[in-house]
Ligand binder design. Structure first.
Ligand code: GDP
Length: 296
């Protein structure tokens, strides 16, 4: 993951790693390279600009105090600002609601919603010892409903039946009533995506949000789509009160730009990342650890 960013930033930082004292010229050259590296990684331009500005302000103010050389301090500034851009601290999933805590999954078709629903169900079952029910409100694709049924079976959580042609809101309400009656801790609602952001999808998901009053509304997005990930996230965040983002396919994302853009553009925390197709390939998103990984 993030290979390009790591390689490019590595080259920049290597050039100043051993430096005893950094001149303004060196800082300018380094931030220029940094800027290129971020743009090549497909980080959104406004995010790059702001990031570079923050680095510059802080790096130029770096004093040759303490035991670190200015070169090392520059590295530390980059590490800290990367962490900040990625959200600062990890934000855990929030289940603080009158049970069942409802989690609504939103996102485009193919982003990884159904896969992530299974992963999250497994995570909550194993790590949080919760009883979880999953339901699909994707009434357009029978394969999607069937996929969720199989995933639920694989991870050992209850699947609430739904069918093509039913009303998504009616499905959601029936699932919620069932989850209440059976004292389930969590209900995860998988929804229908579209290939692009469109009005029907937004209306439907907004109506589902109104009917379910979820404690978490997670936007699932394919990290390999780079800047588009941030754009789509913004479009969803503008109409839905998102509480977090799940970045998927990070295992195949060599550029790493989406991770940096999404948080900045939406202001919403990245809570998890998908690291593979299997149900156990879900990791909590720790901004500081990701920043360290990026810096190699
Ligand atoms: P949905 O249409 O949003 O429900 O998307 P799916 O859950 O069906 O996922 C679309 C494809 O992406 C499937 O082939 C998944 O196996 C794959 N996928 C989802 N998450 C990940 C991930 O984190 N890593 C990888 N490599 N593939 C993933």
């Amino acid at each position: 993951m993030f290979e390009n960013l790591t390689t490019r930033l590595g080259t920049v930082l290597d050039s100043i790693r051993g430096q005893g004292r950094l001149t303004e010229d060196q800082i300018n050259a380094a931030t220029r390279e940094l800027r290129m590296a971020l743009l090549e990684a497909d980080v959104a331009l406004p995010v790059v600009k702001e990031f570079i500005e923050r680095i510059k302000v802080r790096a130029i103010g770096v004093e040759i105090t303490q035991s670190l050389t200015p070169g090392q301090q520059f590295l530390r500034v980059v590490q800290q600002e990367l962490t900040q851009t990625l959200g600062g601290v990890a934000e855990p999933i929030n289940l603080r609601a009158q049970p069942p805590a409802v989690i609504l999954m939103a996102g485009l078709q193919g982003a990884g919603k159904t896969t992530t629903t299974g992963k999250l169900a497994l995570f909550l079952k194993e790590r949080e010892k919760k009883t979880v029910i999953v339901v699909s409100a994707d009434v357009y694709r029978p394969a999607a409903i069937e996929q969720l049924r199989i995933v639920a079976g694989n991870v050992g959580v209850e699947w609430f039946p739904s069918e093509v042609g039913q009303n998504p809101i009616a499905i959601a309400e029936a699932a919620l009533a069932h989850a209440r009656k059976t004292y389930a801790d969590v209900l995860i609602v998988d929804t229908a995506g579209r290939t692009t952001v469109n009005e029907d999808m937004m209306k439907e998901i907004t109506a589902l949000h109104g009917a379910l009053n979820p404690v978490e509304t997670l936007f699932v997005v394919d990290s390999m789509t780079g800047q588009d990930a941030a754009k789509t996230a913004k479009a969803f965040a503008d109409v839905l009160p998102l509480t977090g983002v799940v970045l998927t396919k990070v295992d195949g994302d060599s550029r790493g730009g989406a991770a940096l853009s999404v948080r900045q553009v939406t202001g919403k925390p990245i809570k998890f990342m998908g690291m593979g197709e299997k149900s156990d390939k879900l990791e909590i998103f720790h901004p500081d650890r990701i920043a360290t990984r990026i810096l190699g």
